[in-house]
Design a binder for this molecule. Structure first.
Ligand code: SAM
Ligand code: SF4
Ligand code: SF4
Length: 357
């Protein structure tokens, strides 16, 4: 925590007492708040080299103590406020969200909030075979499963804990059986590491109804040693797949959709690319993020957040909480990816495993 700046919520809170409930809140660039990503833990059972490299996330690393994590009631309360302000999609993430004990209870609480159209969770899949059914029963709509290669040696080198591909595939099958569909499969593509897995991944999931999304390796946090040379541009991913399985572009499902969509010309389904480095999409970014300890961030690359946990634990009313959140959102001007080239040097950023991907 030492290297993160924390804005005092009380500064912002002072003098803002009127209710903003049910108002359409937009930021300085006219973007509404529509998606809420909630990180439920900063811990993980993987050590993906691009996210939680072992050299840093080792025995000496201080993860958040339990009492610093938002409780499920606190998360539910905060989520309700965001839904009042316009959020329609909620995604649980981490760290690895399935490590959080009783996660089904949280899913059930969030599923019961009126106005949430889409309740999803992003997972590395390691515990999914065990949990898919109970998550679906609790009210989860869908899952996104991360899988960087179908080749065991490549995948194990990337997750860095020796977890086998078969374990994730079992999780994906269990999720499909439990009805958590359509399943999205996230593959982070790193030059020289797993680029040879692009076409095999496309081939394996063609015709299954699952949607593989190829993600450009991003410069999140400060620990993953990001270099532009490590990025495989989305256009190259599309070209490589198109050479084997012809593709055509299709329109977004909704305005501001992050993935660019393509479908196989032979009707075997669709894929997506998330080109946050080469084709930034800040203009349509409607996402707010809550870290596991209750910090609100308005950008994945933020260096400064707003402490909602203190507010909640200090006993503010829902109305006061909504005032703070809408004040933060209205002041938002983030467009980090768009200005990445000038802005990368010298910024203190939070880690992906902390803020939630
Ligand atoms: N542990 C879960 C998982 O891996 O699915 C959820 C959290 S993880 C931080 C969320 C997503 O962020 C994953 O799909 C992961 O591959 C992606 N991710 C992590 N670090 C990244 C990076 N540097 N660039 C691009 N994507 C990244
Ligand atoms: Fe864990 Fe997900 Fe980060 Fe991999 S990407 S280290 S699974 S949080
Ligand atoms: Fe949204 Fe920030 Fe990513 Fe731009 S850089 S798309 S503002 S999260």
């Amino acid at each position: 925590m030492s290297d993160r700046e924390v804005e005092s919520p009380h500064d912002r809170f002072a003098g803002s007492v009127g209710s903003v409930m049910a108002e359409q809140v937009v930021d300085t660039r006219g973007r509404p708040v529509r998606d809420l990503r909630i990180s439920v833990t900063d811990r993980c059972n993987f050590r993906c080299t691009y996210c939680m490299p072992k050299e840093i996330f080792n025995r000496d690393y201080e993860f958040l103590a339990r009492d610093l994590l938002l409780s499920f009631s606190e998360i539910e309360r905060i989520a309700r406020v965001f839904v009042e302000l316009g959020v329609r999609k909620i995604r649980l993430t981490g760290g690895e969200p399935l490590l959080r004990r009783g996660i089904e209870d949280l899913v059930a609480r969030l599923a019961a909030i009126e106005g949430v159209d889409d309740l999803t969770l992003t997972t590395n899949g390691a515990l999914l075979a065990r949990k898919a059914r109970s998550l679906a029963e609790a009210g989860l709509d869908r899952v996104t499963v991360s899988l960087d290669s179908l080749d065991d040696a490549t995948f194990q080198a990337m997750n860095d804990v020796g977890f086998p591909v078969s374990g994730v595939l079992e999780g994906i099958d269990a999720a499909a059986e439990a009805g958590l569909v359509p399943i999205k499969i996230n593959m982070v593509v790193k030059r020289g590491v797993n680029e040879d897995s692009i076409v095999p991944m496309a081939e394996y999931f063609r015709g299954t109804g699952h949607i593989v999304r190829f993600i450009e390796f991003m410069d999140v946090g400060t620990t993953n040693g990001w270099r532009l040379d490590d990025v495989v541009p989305a256009a190259e991913v599309i070209r490589r797949i198109d050479e084997v399985f012809p593709l055509e572009a299709i329109p977004p499902n909704y305005p501001g959709e992050v993935a660019r969509r393509f479908r196989y010309r032979d009707g075997a389904g669709e894929i997506g690319v998330i080109a946050s480095v080469t084709q930034p999409f800040c203009g349509g970014c409607t996402r707010a993020r809550i870290s596991a300890e209750g910090m609100l961030y308005t950008c994945l690359f933020a260096s400064k957040g707003t402490d909602l946990r203190s507010l909640v634990r200090d006993g503010v009313t829902d109305e006061e909480l909504a005032d703070v959140v809408s004040g933060v959102w209205q002041a938002r001007s983030d467009r980090y990816s768009e200005i990445r080239s000038e802005a990368t040097s010298g910024l203190v950023r939070v880690e992906m495993s902390y803020i939630g991907g």
